[in-house]
Design a protein around this ligand. Structure first.
Ligand code: GLY
Length: 399
């Protein structure tokens, strides 16, 4: 049952000493970074109570939208994190208004026919259930899990990301991002005792490991499987620079998603795989440790993707949590995480006083589609905050 990935190249971490310059990144420093996040959240709390920030900012400002995008839960997740770190009921009150909106969304099936119901319901409703025991939120998250497993193709063993399940042109496409949606399924098995959710998650993550990950430990963004025969077809990109390049955020979704599956399955091959993906990622960081939007770029004028950097930190910290103290790489991952976080805090955050209502600047949503290029992206803000919370407390995940 193990993922067979021994043939994948392990580059190791080149020039690892460059990550060992973090003496200043102590608890007081992380708390200052969290203070900045909370100040920015407070500025937007009224605007984003009954509405949500758009996926990406426009000229540095998130416009309010209804609960219709794949990204709306990132803001709700930030409110739950704020509630956890401060204990302040004002965050819980707004988060609960938003949970009601997510309950309505799944009941009416508003824009939920895609795999991102995992992101949507883990951060809004699973979090609500874990933190406050909200049974209505639990039921909504289970409905989302039931919807997600309808996207499973038995023979191919994968969940289709987007698109009409009955349209042959769209069938059988999995994407690396989905690694982050399947924790909802492991959780659904934990709360219901029904193994079907977990079995589907395990099947999907194994297929992702087998086909989305390339021999050099980079990743395709997307991969097509033949739903009839179950055979692998080909990989290509949607948001990356080229079919054979490595989209930075895709790699980051892998770096975080595989260890999340490890957390639930204890399949150690997923940790071995995450190490290789992480080494590929870390070896392509520019001097300030914040990746370009595609890892094909390591210097020059292309835009950075601060959101990919924040996601990768959460993945490195999650992986490192599962490594024994005797693992010689554990410290490397922790120091690399601190290097990235301090660069983000010092060079990529918005001013406390100012028009911008996001947290991290310089992210890229979809360069080829000219959407959210060099803007704030709401998931970047969420993962940056999650990474900071992981650094100050033993955090029980919403994933
Ligand atoms: N999951 C879509 C994205 O990362 O843009």
């Amino acid at each position: 049952m193990k993922v067979k990935k021994e043939s994948i190249v392990d580059e190791g971490i080149r020039n690892r000493e460059r990550f060992y310059k973090n003496d200043h990144v102590n608890q007081a420093y992380i708390k200052r970074a969290i203070h900045h996040v909370l100040m920015k959240i407070d500025q937007s709390l009224d605007v984003f109570t009954h509405q949500f920030p758009d996926c990406a900012s426009t000229n540095g400002v998130y416009q309010p939208i209804d609960n219709i995008e794949w990204t709306t839960s990132f803001w709700t997740g930030m409110l739950w994190l704020s509630y956890e770190v401060t204990g302040d009921e004002k965050y819980r009150r707004v988060a609960e208004i938003q949970v009601d909106s997510f309950i309505e969304r799944i009941e009416k099936e508003i824009e939920v026919n895609h795999h991102d119901v995992g992101f949507l319901y883990s951060l809004s409703c699973v979090s609500a259930y874990k933190l406050t025991g909200n049974e209505r939120a639990r039921d909504a998250a289970l409905k989302a899990a039931d919807l997600l497993i309808k996207r499973f193709y038995d023979k191919a063993g994968i969940l289709q990301a987007w698109g009409d399940l009955n349209n042959p042109k769209q069938q059988g496409r999995m994407i690396i991002d989905c690694n982050m949606n399947i924790p909802l399924l492991y959780w659904a098995t934990e709360v219901t005792g029904d193994r079907k959710y977990r079995d589907i998650a395990i099947s999907h993550v194994r297929q992702a490991a087998s086909y989305i990950v390339r021999e050099d430990a980079s990743t395709f963004h997307t991969f097509y499987m033949d739903p009839e025969s179950g055979k692998p077809l080909y990989g290509n990109t949607h948001q990356g620079y080229a079919d054979d390049s490595c989209w930075a955020r895709g790699q980051a979704w892998g770096i975080y998603g595989f260890p999340l599956s490890y957390h639930y399955t204890k399949d150690t091959s997923l940790i071995g795989l995450t190490k290789k993906l992480s080494h590929y990622f870390l070896n392509r960081l520019p001097e300030d440790h914040v990746c370009y939007w595609d890892l094909t770029f390591t210097s020059g004028q292309e835009e950075r993707d601060s959101s990919a950097a924040a996601i990768a930190v959460c993945g490195l910290l999650e992986m490192s949590r599962h490594l024994p103290l005797t693992d010689p790489k554990k410290r490397d991952y922790e120091e690399a995480s601190l290097s990235i976080i301090s660069s983000l805090f010092e060079h990529y955050t918005t001013a406390i006083e100012g028009e911008e209502n996001g947290i991290l600047k310089h992210a890229v949503y979809y360069k080829g589609g000219n959407m959210g290029v060099d803007e704030s992206c709401i998931w970047g803000d969420y993962f940056y905050f999650e990474a900071l919370v992981r650094l100050v407390k033993d955090w029980e995940m919403y994933w």
